[in-house]
Design a protein around this ligand. Structure first.
Ligand code: SF4
Ligand code: SF4
Length: 133
């Protein structure tokens, strides 16, 4: 399975081989989507990890034990509700039903269904949809 993880490092861990440990000890394939790390400055890593669910969960426990804050991200897609005009254009492009119109004609984003294909970004006429990576 794959999971998106947002890691935040305290200053004393920015020099640690965190991704190497995830690969070596937990047999994970790591895709670094975004990195912001400076020596002695708090850093962050946005990763896609691919592996056995049990090993991903164990790796998250390991990260927390060593002091890394871990946030499991459902999708990199974000919708700016202030910009959205509820036109519905994105609902027709999303084949998995992650974007739907509710009964009151407002857009609903079901993050658990989203496959992160990013097709909806171009479909939005007012650029209310973005990806954090
Ligand atoms: S990224 Fe793809 S799956 Fe997710 S909401 Fe947009 S179109 Fe749907
Ligand atoms: S296409 Fe853009 S403006 Fe239209 S409903 Fe979707 S997010 Fe809102």
């Amino acid at each position: 399975m794959k999971k998106l993880l947002l890691l935040s490092f305290p200053t004393n861990l920015t020099g640690e081989p965190i991704t190497y440990t995830l690969i070596k000890n937990y047999d994970l394939k790591i895709n670094i989507l975004r990195a912001s790390i400076d020596y002695n400055i708090e850093g962050s890593l946005f990763l896609e990890v691919d592996g056995l669910e049990e090993k991903i969960n164990l790796s998250i426990e390991y990260l927390k034990i060593v002091g890394v804050k871990v946030k499991v991200i459902k999708t990199a897609i974000t919708i700016n509700e202030d910009e959205c005009v509820n036109c519905g254009a994105c609902t027709s492009i999303c084949e998995v039903g992650a974007l739907t119109m509710s009964d009151d004609w407002k857009i609903s984003f079901h993050k658990d269904r989203c496959l992160d294909c990013k097709l909806c970004i171009k479909a939005c006429p007012v650029r209310a949809i973005a990806s954090i990576v």
